[in-house]
Design a protein around this ligand. Sequence first.
Ligand code: ATR
Length: 280
Amino acid sequence: MTTASRAACVIGWPVAHSRSPLIHNYWLKHYGIAGEYRREAVRAEEFAAFVGALATRGYVGANVTVPHKEAAFALSQPDERARAVGAVNTLWLDSGVLRSTNTDVEGFLDNLDACAPHWDRDTGKALVLGAGGAARAVVYGLLSRGLEQIVVANRTAGRAEALRTSFGARVQVVDWTKVKSELAEAALLVNTTTLGMRGQPALALDLALLRSHAIVADIVYVPVVTSLLAAAKARGLLTADGLGMLLHQAVRGFALWFGRTPQVTGELRALAEADLETAI
Ligand code: ATR
């Protein structure tokens, strides 16, 4: 297959909301690569057949979104980080073998590096809110960067406990109602819950107790500036937003499919921000 005929897609149901086509088609155009990135609306029951025929359909790989992340994991050869997180979002064909990874890990870390350089020099605690798939990617990423203490709080305590069981003693669990008492010791606060997302309740947390050099990250990207990030900015704290994470997580898929490592530019970010404002 020549570079000129390469295509990738995002597979989901529904898939209309996905921002991946905007990101990848921006890069294809920007780098003058004659590829294509499309949306593929595929029902859960049709997913296995679809990915089984990925090459026949002309695809070198794909992103997977709701509800296919677990099925994609089961139907592919996940790398080490995908296995640790337990979900995949990126597939690629490697000499006929369907491989997979979870790019939320590097999306989170690369965005944090870009927004708050040297964030990992502080040996203080990280406080992670939530215990879903995104939290698993964040915790895996923080551990991979050597953080010694990660405190996880989740509304449903059992899910936070499950995270500790998989990731070990560097992860501690605190009750969701006790988050406030953890703020003073947190060098990094990460929201991985859906709280603060448009249409969801806000994350009610008084950031006054955070240290003056604490960093605040949110994986929510609609709105781009959540009330959590607005409060952190008002306090003069460094922040890393969900849109930055979304853009950075797309880099590896593009590199795998189209053979070039793209840059997350200000122009791409502005384009994505404008799209988020008009489309939702
Ligand atoms: P993802 O895999 O994208 O992280 P998820 O598994 O649905 O998505 O996780 C959503 C997270 O937001 C969970 O931690 C969830 O808490 P529960 O495990 O208790 O469901 C959290 N969340 C969603 N709505 C919430 C709310 N109203 N209050 C507190 N946490 C909430």
